[in-house]
Design a binder for this molecule. Structure first.
Ligand SMILES: [Zn+2]
Length: 337
């Protein structure tokens, strides 16, 4: 099966943090972080439906202006997600410009902004161009397991990390694919019908194997069979794609636990590695990760592939060495003395 998500770093590893995730066969993309996005073509920016901002240090959020500039005059809804006080950050960005001609626009540009209040609660607000981006509060809701965005074909979960300021890490997850084999239905004398949707839902919800499920029969009518038997005989289940994004974070025990949990079994883990392994003390002072720490977290999370980024400019010209330190830790090789 072809992957649905195509993630890539927008800038080089020393540039502002931004990951662009393009969607297969959809005019849609999402962004993790919103640093400088000038390297992204306008047509790509205009596909972005959702933007997940880890925190609002300027190198992670300065790209908002370009997103805004390209989107004004278009009929668009863009959803933004961020840490505590994020709604006020977006409001302040929008308030920096004069919108006295807003009523003359026919197309409306709408931002829906969600901020985490803490690990379990979020609140939302809306800003519409035709209302001169006056803030409209949309209330609060409880978060279930950190899930910010929940659609049938994808979900995005956040974990709150500590970076001397609350900082969010994200995981984009495609649900598992449940494939029903038509030939196996025929062999058992079953017909397709609404019962298959019920079967898939029960598998998704991981109901117990002895759960009775109704089955449509080719001979007419239906009968009940246990879920476990139907799952074994009729379907194959393939894991969905998972992409995790971590920037920025101190290497503290709570952060380590949260990162490993969030990024577990990710196909691709983007993770900041601001400092070289030997500069762990400086990294700790700035609440950042080193190369070796990033590689170790990727290994502990059992990620398939790790993409380090956000290298400090002090290592200009040493990219290959930085990458090797990440890869060595990822492979479990002991650190060189
Ligand atoms: Zn940063």
């Amino acid at each position: 099966m072809r992957p649905k998500f195509y993630p890539s770093l927008v800038n080089d590893r020393f540039g502002d943090p931004v990951v662009f995730v393009d969607f297969l066969l959809e005019r849609r993309a999402i962004l993790f972080d919103l640093g400088d996005i000038h390297a992204l073509p306008a047509r790509s920016v205009l596909r972005v439906s959702d933007v997940f901002v880890s925190h609002t240090h300027i190198d992670h959020f300065a790209g908002f202006d370009r997103l805004l500039r390209l989107s004004v005059g278009r009929d668009r809804l863009i959803r933004l997600y961020g840490p505590p006080r994020f709604i006020a950050n977006v409001e302040a960005k929008l308030a920096a410009y004069t919108w006295n001609l807003a009523e003359t626009f026919v197309d409306d540009l709408v931002f829906e902004v969600v901020e985490l209040e803490d690990a379990e609660n979020c609140r939302a607000a809306r800003f519409r161009l035709t209302r001169r981006f006056a803030r409209e509060d949309l209330g609060s809701r409880k978060l279930r397991d950190g899930v910010l965005l929940d659609e049938p074909s994808l979900s995005v979960r956040a974990a709150m990390l500590e970076h001397r300021t609350p900082c969010l890490a994200f995981a984009l997850q495609e649900p598992e694919h449940i494939n029903v084999w038509k030939n196996r239905l025929d062999e058992r004398g079953f017909v397709t019908g609404p019962w298959l949707a019920e079967l898939k839902a029960a598998i998704f919800e991981r109901k117990p194997d002895d759960t009775p499920m109704r089955v449509g029969l080719a001979s007419g009518g239906e009968r009940a069979l246990p879920l476990g038997e139907l799952r074994r005989d009729l379907v194959t289940i393939t894991a969905g794609q998972k992409i995790a994004y971590v920037a920025d974070a101190a290497f503290s025990p709570p952060n380590r636990r949260a990162i490993v949990d969030l990024a577990r079994d990710a196909d691709t883990l983007f993770i900041e590695a601001a400092f070289a392994a030997q500069d762990a003390e400086i990294a700790a002072g700035r609440a950042h990760l080193t190369t070796a720490q990033a590689g170790e977290l990727a290994r502990l999370a059992n990620a398939v592939r790790v993409i380090p980024f956000h290298f400090s400019p002090r290592y200009a010209g040493e990219e290959a060495c930085m990458l090797r330190e990440v890869e060595d830790a990822f492979a479990g090789k002991p650190e060189l003395a």
